[in-house]
Design a protein around this ligand. Sequence first.
Ligand code: PLP
Length: 358
Amino acid sequence: MGPTATIKLSALQHNLQRAAELAPHSRLYAVIKANAYGHGLLRAASSLEAADALAVARVEEAVLLREAGIQKPLLVLEGFFNVEELEAASFHQLEVAIQQPEQLQILRQNPIKKPIQCWLKIDTGMHRLGFQPDAVDAAWQFLSTHESVAKGVRVMTHLASADDLADPVSQHQLKLFHSLTQKFSTATSVANSAGIIGWPEARSDWVRPGIMLYGASPMQGRTGEQDGLLPVMTLKSRIIAINSFTKGSAIGYSGTWICPEDMRVGVVAAGYGDGYPRHAPAGTPLLVRGKRLPLIGRVSMDMLNIDLRGLPDAQVGDEVVLWGDGLAAEEIAQRAGTIAYELFCGVTQRVVFKEIDG
Ligand SMILES: *Cc1c(COP(=O)(O)O)cnc(C)c1O
């Protein structure tokens, strides 16, 4: 008896539609890296039929998709790191981001049979991957004349703080990107989910929505619902035990929570061994029969405790929503000092996944 993650495919499709509505003049890479943010790589790939293309972080992820018969254009956001990956990219006709001189070197030294579609990635302020502004022209020159590279090199960048509308860095990044790439007159890509939702100028030829497809808002202090998104994953479990304790009883490991009165305490079959965050503090909401009840005590590996004072008729066997329908993952993430991305990616192997369409 443990948690179930229900994946609502119709919500995934709704959210893709929502991204398309926000960026009506853009084509769309549905980002499904990291096992589709924990939702299931192949499940997401096949249900996102309406996306123009798909994107993953690594060559291995793309190869899995090709081997499963996925034929859409497929972008590898970090590109290749050795000759084997370059050859796999060529063989499987993957699109690759070219983001550092080492990748040009690999291209130079290893001729390939089928040319690959390349995206020149420029660092405009994220300071993670990408060519520095002063190296852009040389990299462009190399790529646009190299025989291993398909004609029509494109350009991309990544926004560092698009989730914060008050941060001026996005505006700087957009300007710098435009000034560096305008002369190439080629297709561009800038926006992740936060770019799509918050920065109209970032909605260029191609957009790259990730988290919004899974129903969570990337914007600070907002939930997906406020951005017209629907939760895709609902993580649920059940109450497996109910006990009555007297005032002063200490609950759970290290006895961090003390009953303020005589009360009923439930035990829910979900813990950090399932991906529920151990740092979720007392007071983090759980949903039982549509009612929000607080977590109490420390989250343990397989179980957590719930204060049942707000629901006198709660029973062993009652379903408990940990996040998803009716309880935004963003809220749980915020309580636990993290983001919904990490909660979704952290759901563990032992959780049973179920798909539903509606
Ligand atoms: C992960 C990623 C995205 C998607 O980001 P979200 O915030 O999930 O929308 C887009 N572009 C790049 C380069 C990424 O690494």
